[in-house]
Design a protein around this ligand. Structure first.
Ligand code: F6R
Length: 639
C-alpha cells in the first residue's frame, strides 16, 4: 500500500527515483509524485537548496512524462518519491505525495509517507489554529505540516520529536531545503529498508527498488529514525558524479543511537523482470514448477520419510506437544491457511483453528498454554496479520511465520518460521506465493505429523508425491490455451460460482477471489454442499459454475451437486482428475481442466493452478490491467 523511494548521493536523482517508483508501483497506483532538492551552481555544503516537485494523478508513466518535459527543473542528487494507494482523501493531485509544509522561518519541508496517521484530525485543528492552511484532505499533509511547525533547524531532531506526537503507522522520508544533503527516514508499522551503496543511500518500501543499486541493507525497526547524509568530499563545491562522503546514523525517537546490522539482500534483479512474459501474473503462474522446486529444495528426504525445516528444528519438541494451532492470515494467504488447518488436523492430529487476522486481533481470543499461532503472509507486512501475531505473542502463544519476503517485519517478529523461497511476487494477484504457502504448510504438517503419529512409510509416500508436484504443475499450465478457449465462451457472464469439498473447498474460495479481483466478475466460492442452503437461487440459464471435481472421498457427492446445478441450467466447468471419463457427461466440450492424480491432501497444489489461468484469461479477454487491478495494492499495510 503506497510505495516510497528516496535517494541521497552523488548521482542525478530523477531517473533513479522514477525507476524505483516503477518497481514499487504494484503497491499502489492511483497517483505519483517526486520532489528533488536542487542546489544552485557553485553551492557549498551549507548553501540552502531549493525543492521542486511534480505530482500527478494516474500511473508513474504519467508522472514520468511530465518530469521529462522539463528535465532541468528536476536536477539534483537528493530526492523523495511516492506512488499512492489512497487512504485519506480522494485521488487528486492535491492529495498525492510528496506533501509540503512551511517552517516558521520560511523553509520548506517535503515528505512522502506509507501508512495512516490516526490522530490527524486533532493535529489538523491544532495546526490550523497555528496559521497553517491545508490544500488537501490527506493525513500525510498534516504530518508534514506538523514537522514544519516544530522544525528547529535540525531535521533529524524535529522528526524524532514530531513522531512522538503521532499515533498510527508510518514509513516516511523527509527533506528540508535548509539541509540540502540530508535525508531523514523513519518507520512504525510500515516497511522501510535502507540500501547502503557506494557514495549514496536509497530508502524504499521494499527491496525491489534497491537491488539495482546495492545489496547491502539495513531494516529499520519500529520507532527508529535514520539520518542519511551525502555530500561532496570537497565541502566547498557540489560536484555530482565525484566520490562523495556519506554518513548515516539510526536513533530512537528519544535520540538514543542504535546500531543496525547491515544485511545482504538475497534478490536477483532478473527475478523482478518480466522475462518476456506479457504480465507478471502470467510469469508467476507459469514459473510455479520452479518456485515449488526451490521451495522443496533440501527440505524433503523421501527415503528417510523426513522433512527438514531448519527454521523449526529448535522448536520441534514444543510443536509436537502443542495443544492447538491457530492459523491466521488475510485474503489469498487466508485460503492457504485454511488448507493448512485441514492438513495439520489430518496429518499431525493437532486441533486447529483458522481465522482472519482482522477478526482474531480484535475479539479477545483465548490463548492457553500450548497454543501455537501461525501467521501466513507473502509480504510479511500485512497490517492485520502482523497485529494478530503481536496480540497472540503478548498473550503467550508461540509465534510461527510462513512468509515469503526475507527480512520482513513478520519474519523478524516470529519465534520461528519457514520461508516460502518462491522469489519475489510482483503481480498484485497472488499466485505462486499461494502455492508456496500450501507447499510449506504441507511440509510443516508432515514435519509435526511424523513426530506424532505418521509412519515413516506414509511420510515417504507423501514426500514422493510432493516431489512430483512441480512436474504435475508443468503439465497443467500447458492447458493455458484450452482454458482460454473455454473462458472465451463465458467471459461475458457477470456472476460465477466456485464449488468444492474437503481440501478443494478453500481452492473454490481462492478461484473465486482470483476471478473477482482481476476481472471484476462477481464470483463466490463455497463448500459445494452449502449451495443448496441459499445460493442455488442464483443459478440461472448459462451461469458458469466451476466445480472442483477431482477423484477422492467426496467425488460422488460433488457429482450430485453438479447434477443439481445442471438441472437448473448452470454451465458446468470442472477441474477433474486425468482419466475421469464420467465427468465429460456434465460439461461442454473443452470445459474440463485436467490435473494428474494425487492424494487428497496434496490436491490443492494442482487444482488451484487452472483457476489461476482461468482468472488471468478472463481479465485479459475483458481488456483489463492484470497486474494492477483497480482499487487494489499488493501489500495491505493499513487496517
Ligand atoms: C489476493 C492477494 C491478497 C493477499 C492478502 C494478504 O490475490 O494477493 O488477498 O493474499 O492481502 O497478503 P500477504 O500474503 O502479503 O499477507
Amino acid at each position: 500500500m503506497c510505495g516510497i523511494v528516496a535517494y541521497v548521493g552523488n548521482k542525478q536523482v530523477t531517473s533513479l527515483l522514477i525507476e524505483g517508483l516503477k518497481r514499487l508501483e504494484y503497491r499502489g497506483y492511483d497517483s505519483a509524485g517526486i520532489a528533488v532538492m536542487r542546489t544552485p551552481e557553485g553551492a557549498t555544503m551549507e548553501t540552502p537548496g531549493e525543492i521542486t516537485m511534480c505530482r500527478s494523478v494516474g500511473r508513474v508513466s504519467v508522472l514520468q512524462s511530465r518530469v521529462e518535459k522539463e528535465p532541468e527543473k528536476y536536477q539534483g542528487s537528493l530526492g523523495i518519491a511516492h506512488t499512492r494507494w489512497a487512504t485519506h482523501g480522494k485521488v487528486t493531485e492535491a492529495n498525492a505525495h510528496p506533501h509540503i509544509g512551511k517552517t516558521k522561518d520560511g523553509h520548506t519541508i517535503t515528505l512522502v509517507h506509507n501508512g495512516t496517521i490516526e490522530n490527524y484530525a486533532t493535529l489538523r485543528t491544532y495546526l490550523e489554529k497555528r496559521g497553517h492552511t491545508f490544500y488537501g484532505e490527506s493525513d500525510t499533509e498534516v504530518l508534514t505540516k506538523l514537522i514544519a511547525e516544530l522544525y528547529d533547524g535540525n531535521l533529524e531532531r524535529t522528526v524524532q520529536k514530531t513522531l512522538q506526537e503521532i499515533t498510527g503507522a508510518y514509513a516516511i522520508a523527509v527533506i528540508c531545503d535548509r539541509e540540502p544533503h540530508t535525508l531523514v527516514a523513519a518507520r512504525k508499522g510500515s516497511p522501510l529498508i535502507i540500501g547502503i551503496a557506494e557514495h549514496a543511500y536509497i530508502v524504499a518500501s521494499d527491496q525491489s527498488a534497491i537491488v539495482s543499486h546495492t545489496t547491502q541493507v539495513i531494516h529499520l525497526d519500529d520507532y527508529q529514525v535514520a539520518r542519511l547524509c551525502a555530500g561532496p568530499s570537497d565541502r566547498k563545491k557540489t560536484v555530482v558524479g565525484e566520490p562523495w562522503s556519506v554518513d548515516f546514523r539510526t536513533t530512537t525517537l528519544e535520540n538514543e543511537e542504535v546500531t543496525q546490522e547491515i544485511q545482504e539482500l538475497e534478490l536477483d534483479l532478473q527475478e523482478i523482470e518480466l522475462a518476456g512474459y506479457e504480465h507478471y501474473m502470467l510469469k508467476e503462474i507459469m514459473q510455479q514448477p520452479d518456485s515449488i522446486r526451490t521451495c522443496l529444495n533440501g527440505r524433503i528426504d523421501k527415503r528417510e520419510g523426513r522433512v527438514v525445516l531448519g527454521g523449526l528444528t529448535n522448536l520441534a519438541k514444543e510443536l509436537v506437544r502443542a495443544r492447538k494451532f491457530i492459523l491466521t492470515a488475510q485474503g489469498t494467504a487466508y485460503h492457504a491457511a485454511l488448507i493448512g488447518e485441514y492438513l495439520l488436523e489430518e496429518l499431525a492430529k493437532i486441533p486447529c483453528e483458522c481465522e482472519y487476522a482482522s477478526e482474531f486481533r480484535y475479539r479477545n481470543p483465548i490463548i492457553e498454554d500450548g497454543t501455537v499461532v501461525l501467521a501466513v503472509s507473502q509480504s510479511g507486512e500485512t497490517s492485520d496479520t502482523l497485529e494478530a501475531l503481536r496480540e497472540a505473542k503478548d498473550r503467550g502463544a508461540t509465534a510461527l511465520g510462513v512468509v515469503n519476503v526475507v527480512g520482513s517485519t513478520m519474519s523478524r517478529e516470529t519465534d520461528a518460521g519457514v520461508y516460502l523461497r518462491v522469489g519475489p511476487e510482483i503481480g498484485v494477484a497472488s499466485t505462486k506465493a499461494f502455492i508456496g504457502q500450501v507447499t510449506v504448510l504441507t511440509m510443516i504438517a508432515l514435519f509435526v505429523g511424523r513426530r506424532r503419529f505418521l509412519s515413516k512409510d506414509l511420510v515417504s509416500r507423501y514426500l514422493d508425491e510432493l516431489d512430483q508436484v512441480p512436474e504435475f504443475v508443468a503439465q497443467i499450465v500447458k492447458q493455458t490455451d484450452a482454458i482460454k478457449a473455454c473462458v472465451e465462451q463465458v467471459v461475458d457472464r457477470d456472476n460465477w460460482l466456485f464449488l468444492g469439498r474437503g481440501y478443494n473447498y478453500p481452492v473454490a474460495l481462492e478461484g473465486a477471489l482470483k476471478l473477482k479481483e482481476i476481472s471484476y466478475i462477481h464470483a463466490e466460492g463455497m463448500p459445494a454442499a452449502e449451495m443448496k442452503h441459499g445460493p442455488i437461487a442464483l443459478i440461472d440459464e448459462g451461469m458458469p459454475v466451476v466445480f472442483l471435481a477431482t477423484q477422492g472421498s467426496q467425488y460422488d457427492k460433488v457429482i450430485s451437486n453438479i447434477e443439481e446445478v445442471k438441472a437448473r441450467g448452470g454451465r458446468i466447468i470442472a477441474v477433474a482428475t486425468e482419466g475421469d471419463t464420467n465427468i465429460e457427461r456434465y460439461t461442454d466440450d473443452g470445459f474440463v481442466f485436467w490435473v494428474p492424480s494425487i492424494s487428497e491432501p496434496l490436491q490443492p497444489l494442482l487444482t488451484t493452478v487452472p483457476l489461476q489461468l482461468l482468472a488471468y484469461h478472463a481479465a485479459q479477454l475483458r481488456g483489463l490491467d492484470v497486474d494492477k487491478p483497480r482499487n487494489l495494492a499488493k501489500s495491505v499495510t493499513v487496517e
